[in-house]
Design a protein around this ligand. Structure first.
Ligand code: PAF
Length: 296
């Protein structure tokens, strides 16, 4: 596994450009089982490059940029056995140059949800993802479905700016308690971890209601808000349509159930993407089914 630190070193990736697609898994490090499952999915498609870069521009002032866990050696030790070909781990000044440089602004899907609570967040995400796509030039990029709005904002960027990359999403990996895996879970003590289960419980309650035929958005939101009471601060509980995040009174088609809350020192998010189209409530995709590529 090669560890590449500069843009110039990325020419080393050419050795893996061939019949099978070069797959990029962008991360900010502090890797957990959720990231590793994306890497495993990628490895079934083609040679995998993982980027590890704690991107300063997606943290709002006062957020946890300085405290964000960084342990490159531990991350590399987790990736090596998975057959990853290369890790791109640049310094900040390799990714960002002069003040006043071009940034990418989100379209309509960046409004509300995390876009409302974290000003500038999605512009930071899109700008760094656009840079990573330009530098690595992957054919496929994989993102975790846990960051649902991020997936949809990136999809809109790729479609609107005609970027030559295919996107796929991987499912959220959960602790036995139901808590979605997140690099920020390590900020939680035992009691906080227990209270953090209210996020997945809220989502599961709404899923059950959808399974019983409930389609009224306000009723679903109300049920999620009730479940979120153990959190220290509820940031949002929302039901939106995929991919454009509309909020109709009655939901149908592909639906995103999304919650965000503060528990102790951690801002946690979780979601379910559910397809109601066939009558049953089944898990949906935000970007694309990795299976398509594995079969190719
Ligand atoms: O999801 C993340 O870890 C980050 O937002 C990403 C996509 C790597 C961009 O910094």
């Amino acid at each position: 596994m090669e560890v590449l630190r500069t843009a110039a070193q990325l020419s080393r990736l050419d050795q893996w450009r061939g019949e099978r697609p070069l797959v990029l898994v962008p991360t900010m490090g502090a890797l957990h089982a959720g990231h590793l499952s994306l890497v495993e999915t990628g490895a079934r498609m083609g040679p995998v490059v993982v980027s590890i870069f704690v991107n300063p521009t997606q943290f709002a002032p006062g957020e946890d940029l300085d405290a964000y866990p960084r342990d490159l050696a531990a991350d590399l030790a987790l990736l090596e056995p998975l057959g990853v070909k290369a890790v791109f781990s640049p310094a900040v000044d390799e990714m960002y140059g002069q003040p006043g440089e071009v940034t990418v602004q989100p379209g309509s899907r960046g409004r509300g949800l995390c876009g409302g609570d974290r000003p500038g967040h999605f512009s930071g995400v899109l700008t760094v993802v656009a840079k990573l796509f330009g530098l690595v030039q992957p054919q496929v990029a994989i993102f975790g479905r846990k960051d649902a709005q991020q997936c949809l904002v990136i999809r809109q960027m790729v479609e609107d700016l005609r970027m030559p990359v295919s996107l796929v999403d991987g499912p959220t990996v959960r602790e036995a308690s139901g808590l979605a895996m997140s690099s920020r879970n390590r900020y939680l003590d035992e009691g906080q971890q227990e209270r953090a289960m209210c996020l997945s419980q809220g989502l599961n309650t709404a899923r059950e209601m959808l399974g019983n035929g409930e389609r009224n958005r306000a009723a679903l939101v109300g049920a999620m808000l009730r479940e979120l009471k153990p959190a220290d601060k509820i940031e949002y509980a929302e039901v939106r349509l995929v991919p454009n995040l509309e909020e109709p009174d009655e939901v149908s088609g592909e639906v995103l159930l999304a919650v965000a809350a503060l528990v102790g020192p951690a801002r946690l998010i979780d979601n379910l993407v559910l397809d109601l189209a066939e009558g049953d409530v089944v898990d949906g995709f935000l970007l694309g089914d990795p299976q398509q590529w594995s079969k190719a």
